[in-house]
Design a binder for this molecule. Structure first.
Ligand SMILES: C[S@@+](CC[C@H](N)C(=O)[O-])C[C@H]1O[C@@H](n2cnc3c(N)ncnc32)[C@H](O)[C@@H]1O
Length: 250
């Protein structure tokens, strides 16, 4: 799927999961374009601040933080550097290179979140009670089948720990189109009439950029299917945040 970079290990011993068009897009995405679109967006800023605050609060009760879809490290990076292991996994070598340069204390691995247990289990730094996070709608940029596998594997890999799942809320999808995607051609290319489906809350552009925005019921289904029995829901800006304990047998 992706070529190994000099300083970032590629997960070995993995079965071969076929890369979807969306995953291929992320694997080659321009990191500066991504950051300027996302972190220059007023609409997304409060969500980012909300997910950071929740993670800081939750970290206290855990031994290690793992982020699936770490990208350029803007979430995991500020949470690292205090002797608390923070591990980031991503399929995109271009985004990981930037994360490595910015946050040298992050432990970064190029790999597919659908293989999270295989990636984490051999790592001494991943031992102990895990807080596994997937934020800024990372599960919304892949199709429904991959999304289910990612959530299932997040939960399975971290039984006995906790999870944080931060997604874009379907009720704000129209604002996402007008105030974010429509102003971010460096991320998703031009948004044309018909690219946004306001019933399914999904955007698909001609550059293969895809994003799904979620209802609480959709995330509830994903979490239940993965074996989570109770969780909290918080909201901040366009963000919906789900967090809670992962049962030992999940
Ligand atoms: C919306 S971005 C979020 C990036 C970062 N978490 C942030 O907050 O800026 C989604 C990320 O998920 C990654 N990704 C997509 N599919 C993945 C998969 N199967 N396994 C691991 N990472 C994946 C992409 O490469 C991208 O970095």
């Amino acid at each position: 799927m992706a070529t190994a970079t000099k300083d970032i290990p590629t997960a070995t011993g993995q079965g071969s999961e076929a890369a979807s068009p969306e995953e291929r897009l992320w694997a080659a995405l321009d990191a500066e374009g991504y950051d300027s679109a996302v972190y220059g967006s007023e609409l997304l800023r409060s969500m980012y601040e909300g997910e950071l605050a929740i993670a800081q609060r939750m970290m206290l009760a855990h031994d290690v933080l793992v982020e699936v879809g770490v990208g350029t490290g803007k979430f995991a990076g500020p949470l690292s550097g205090n002797g608390y292991p923070v591990i980031g996994v991503d399929i995109s070598p271009t985004l990981l290179e930037v994360a490595k340069r910015r946050y040298p204390e992050l432990l970064l691995i190029e790999g597919d979140g659908r293989r999270l247990s295989e990636i984490l289990d051999p790592l001494p730094a991943a031992n102990g009670r895990r807080l596994v996070a997937c934020v800024l709608n990372s599960i919304g940029v892949v199709d429904a089948v991959i999304r289910e596998a990612l959530v299932r594997e997040m939960i399975r890999s971290s039984a006995g720990g906790s999870f944080l799942l931060a997604v874009f809320s379907a009720e704000h999808f129209h604002r996402g189109i007008a105030e974010f995607y429509g102003r971010s051609p460096q991320l998703c290319g031009p948004v044309r009439d018909g690219d946004a489906d306001h019933i399914r809350h999904e955007l698909r552009t001609t550059s293969s950029y895809f994003s799904h925005w979620f209802t609480v019921a959709e995330i509830d289904d994903l979490l239940r299917a993965a074996g989570v029995r109770s969780y909290s829901v918080e909201r901040c800006g366009v963000g919906l945040f789900f967090s809670g304990p992962i049962p030992k047998g999940a």
